[in-house]
Structure formats: C-alpha cells, structure tokens
Write a protein that binds this ligand. Structure first.
Ligand SMILES: Nc1nc2c(c(=O)[nH]1)N[C@H]1C(S)=C(S)[C@@H](COP(=O)(O)O)O[C@H]1N2
Ligand SMILES: [Mo]
Length: 326
C-alpha cells in the first residue's frame, strides 16, 4: 500500500488507511469467540493459543497465566493477520514488509539497559528480564492512528514491576524507550522516513499504570520478529505507534523526551496520542476504525472509543485539555 506521497517524492509518514488486499480473505475458520465466563481462565489461554496459524508457525511457546482482569470480549484477530499486517518501519513501510524482512532480526543475545533517574540502574539480558515478574496473558485492543485495530492475546507483565525494581528518583518524570537501530539487520533504516533509532515515551504515571504492558509474546508464543521481538511495549489506550518494538534501552528523565513521530510531524503526532475519537488527525477523522481480519470492505466501520475503551486511564488526564495535549 503506497504511503501518501509528498510533491518532493518523500513519503509522508502514515496515511489514513486504504483497503489492503489480503486481510479480507475469509478466515472464518480461525476466528474464535473468546469468552471469559464459561471458559474460565485456563480455557482462555487454550483458545488464544488454539489459533491454527499460530500453532503451525512452530514458534517457541511461552507459558503465561491468563489474567481475566485484562480481557476484552472482542474476537481475537487471527494470528495470520496480526503477523502479516504490521507497522515496523525499520523493516520497510509496506504492511507486508516486516513479515518479509524481519527474519534477519537477531533476538538472542539481547541486552536492555535501564538507566537515567533511577537509584538502581540495570543492564539485563532478555532472558533475565523475562523472568523478572510472572508472565500474564492479556487480551488487548490495539488501535493504529491510521484507522485500523486488532485484538491480540499478549504475554508480558506490567511495566510497573520493572520500574519498581530500579527505584526511580524524585526527578523521574518521564520514561523514554529506545529501540534497536542496526543497519545490518534492518533494511528500512536506509529510508529517511523517521529519525532512527525509533524513540517513544510516557509520563511516569502513565508508565506506572497497570495496563502498560511490557510484552514478550503473543498467542501463546514468543513475539514474532515483525511484532517487536524480543521485547516491546503494549499501551492499549494509545495509538499503536506509542508501543515501541524491539526495545534496547529504557531511560528515566526529568524532561519530556522527544519521540520519533513527533519529530517527523509535530502537528500530527503529539506526545500523548491517546486514542480519541473527538480529536481528528489533521488529515483524517479518528471517529471510526476497521478491525483487521474481521471486517470486510463492505462491513460498517466500528466507532472508535475514547481511550480505545480503556476508561480506567481517564484519571491520568483529569483537568487536561486533550485537544491541546493530543
Ligand atoms: N520500533 C518500532 N516500533 C513500532 C513501530 C515502528 O515502526 N518501529 N510502529 C508502531 C506502530 S505505528 C504500530 S501501529 C504498532 C504495530 O504493532 P503490530 O505490528 O504488532 O500490530 O507498532 C508500533 N511500534
Ligand atoms: Mo500505527
């Protein structure tokens, strides 16, 4: 799918979505209604890992306990769609590029540095980070700023568990996530679409919110490379681009960090980027969305919900003008 092209020939980051080809194929066979009640917690895990494509992928399994407190009732997006329709610009800007190109990403060994305004800075290898807190399965909606959304059974733990371990100082007001930028592994870095490395950030109270997930897996398996292996953020109340993939550094800061999309187009991508149907993107409406793998071309779009339906985060923004702090 072509990006919106500027007259100077340089792709403008992000465009409102134009209908892609593959995602409309009928995949009824892989769709499952994920039900909490009758199935119970154990059943949930079984259902999400029961995706035929996920099983056929043969990826390394990752055990986790389903957390029924963080489950949306929507149908899970078929694994095939969640792993072939991606944004991961380090591997190219077409939706199919990450699945095709991310095979070169080497996820072991992998170290992640946690530093800045903390009493106990840490440098951890990925397998130690994975064991830092019990892994949970949580089924989250994730909505991209382009106007599409997915429902994915993620595996990880609340970022707050890690934050507590490093003991932030009183100066720590923001958290910055830096992701890998390695020319040898990431062909997309050749294109000057964004300033590399990809950087994202959160205010401290957002980062401490239990919904903010440090993700290591999905669909009962370790993260596929194209979905941000070996470790990424998952922030279901914010537009997808806030959820940085393939993180190598987490830094605690006094000042609000610069972020990749804000640098690329400040008018279009603010620091907060909470899902908000009432604040349009300058180039398109944010009132509705299309659910990947489920809605067809002629299916009515879904109404986008404030905070993507995660109303429990509303107190974080009490008193803020969300049109100004978009
Ligand atoms: N490092 C990095 N992280 C990234 C991106 C990216 O290009 N690079 N794209 C973001 C965007 S725009 C979205 S919508 C989500 C997509 O995650 P998914 O492909 O797992 O659905 O990842 C986000 N994280
Ligand atoms: Mo996105």
């Amino acid at each position: 799918m072509p990006l919106y092209r500027r007259p100077n020939g340089i792709d403008l980051p992000f465009s409102s979505e134009i209908t892609p080809r593959e995602v409309f194929e009928s995949r009824r066979g892989f769709m499952r209604q994920l039900a909490v009640g009758a199935a119970g917690a154990g059943g949930l895990l079984e259902l999400s890992t029961g995706d035929a494509w996920a099983q056929a992928s043969g990826a390394q399994k990752l055990a986790a306990k389903a957390n029924p407190a963080y489950v949306v009732m929507d149908k899970a997006t078929p694994f095939k769609d969640a792993t072939t329709y991606n944004n991961f610009y380090e591997f190219g800007t077409e939706k199919t590029d990450p699945a095709e190109n991310a095979g070169t990403l080497k996820t072991r060994p992998w170290t992640i540095a946690i530093e800045g305004e903390v009493k106990k800075p840490l440098t951890l290898d990925i397998d130690s980070l994975l064991k830092l807190a019990p892994l949970e399965e949580r089924i989250y909606r994730l909505r991209c700023v382009e106007g599409w959304s997915m429902v994915i059974p993620w595996i990880g733990y609340s970022l707050s568990a890690l934050i507590k371990k490093v003991e932030p100082t009183g100066n720590a007001k923001y958290v910055e996530f830096t992701t890998l930028a390695d020319n040898r592994q990431m062909p997309g870095l050749r294109a000057p679409v964004l300033e590399w490395p990809y950087i994202e950030g959160l205010r401290m109270d957002e980062a401490m919110h239990p919904l903010a997930l440090l993700g290591f897996g999905m669909y009962g398996q370790v993260l596929p490379n194209q979905n941000g292996a070996p470790v990424r953020m998952v922030l279901p109340w914010k537009y997808g681009f806030k959820s940085a993939k393939s993180i190598v550094k987490i830094r605690f800061l006094k000042e609000q960090p610069r972020t990749a999309w804000n640098i690329a187009a400040a008018r279009e991508y603010g620091f907060y980027s909470n899902v908000n149907p009432d604040v349009d993107h300058p180039r398109w409406s944010q009132a509705t969305e299309r659910r990947i793998g489920e809605d067809g071309f002629f299916t009515k779009k879904r109404k986008t919900l404030m905070f993507n339906g995660y109303n429990e985060v509303a107190p974080l923004y009490a008193g803020m003008d969300l049109k100004k702090f978009f």
